[in-house]
Design a protein. Structure first.
Length: 347
């Protein structure tokens, strides 16, 4: 009998790039009242800045209901939303960060993104030379102009606000991991079965500190929670980082073939779309991967994405074996981030 785990999942989260191109309803405009409400909430903050305020300090009487629908779409629908209607030129840089933080606090709880306590990251070229970084940690790659391979971040919801964009490239790439699962179930169930088994991986010191970096851990690429909910947490960089560590076996031919096929199917099924300033891209990290093409800054503009990691109160239950990475596997729990279970909000 066929393993039911290897059967297609289907549903709205199993979209393809062609589906989203035909139906752009995943791109949602902030409601007409949003700008007025955001400006009023911003004025009411006084000198409060992230992480010293949350949704209670940033009231959005009408927009909050819209954001609640967005949160439901991210967990129970497609798992991806791009918001439009925010004008970054309207706000000084510090206020734009406060606006982004205030909006995102209506979707979940912000998390620390590394052990230095980074809570609102700026994803931009930090090499100073515009040179793409092709190796090293995921953070080093993301803070250069190079392309990023398919991966997830360690949070329920990833939010990216385009504060400004480069003059060439930097195209956002998103793919449904449910669609990848279903395509591999139909085409290569033997390789799909490999992805449901453990792959050793490690996270680098600049993201989780020396202690975690020294402890490789096994976790499958694809998994199902106690209620059958699908999840995938994956970065090939982290799998490669674990290779050669004590006690970690070399990748088998089947594992390499499965990861290669996963990447090929992701390339086939993804959507690619450039960022425009003011757009906010939201992705459920259990059902999507993301990446980007290389980009070039120049006199005409520099690319800068503001990033917040969120734990969602609507999140799904995860397999018990994921506790080591997530901290808490219960549905709706405060989990994920560089320090699992720790909120980025400060009194």
């Amino acid at each position: 009998m066929t393993d039911p785990v290897l059967s297609p999942i289907g549903g709205r989260a199993a979209w393809t790039g062609a589906d989203l191109a035909r139906d752009p309803s995943w791109i949602m405009a902030l409601p007409p009242a949003a700008t007025r409400e955001i400006d009023a909430a911003l004025a009411g903050l006084g000198d409060l800045a992230p992480p010293r305020f949350d949704a209670r300090h940033f009231p959005l009487p009408e927009t909050a209901g819209f954001l609640a629908r967005v949160a439901a779409e991210l967990e129970r629908g497609r798992g991806v939303v791009r918001l439009t209607g925010l004008d970054p030129a309207r706000y000084p840089a510090a206020d734009l960060k406060r606006v982004f933080w205030g909006l995102m606090c209506h979707l979940g709880t912000p998390l620390p993104q590394n052990t230095t306590g980074e809570i609102l990251a700026e994803v931009k070229d930090e090499t100073g030379s515009g040179v793409a970084v092709g190796s090293g940690t995921a953070r080093a790659r993301s803070r250069s102009t190079g392309p990023l391979r398919w991966h997830t971040d360690k949070c329920d919801l990833l939010s990216l606000l385009c504060a400004s964009n480069g003059i060439a490239g930097g195209v956002s790439r998103i793919v449904s991991t449910v669609a990848i699962q279903d395509a591999m179930a139909a085409r290569c169930p033997d390789l799909l079965a490999v992805l449901y088994r453990d792959f050793w991986r490690a996270r680098p010191a600049d993201e989780e500190g020396e202690g975690m970096a020294a402890r490789p851990f096994p976790m499958p690429v694809f998994a199902r929670g106690p209620d059958g909910g699908f999840t995938s947490q994956y970065s090939r960089t982290y799998v490669e980082l674990a290779q050669g560590m004590p006690g970690v076996p070399p990748l088998s031919e089947a594992q390499v073939a499965a990861l290669d096929r996963l990447a090929a199917v992701a390339d086939e099924l993804c959507i690619e779309m450039p960022f425009e300033p003011g757009q906010i891209q939201l992705m459920n990290q259990h059902v999507t991967y993301h990446g980007r093409t290389a980009y070039a800054d120049g006199p005409g503009g520099k690319r800068n994405l503001l990033r917040i990691w969120l734990a969602s109160p609507l999140s799904r239950a995860l397999p018990a074996g994921h506790a080591g990475q997530w901290g808490d596997t219960r549905a709706g729990a405060l989990r994920g981030g560089a320090m699992p279970g720790r909120s980025a909000l400060a009194a």
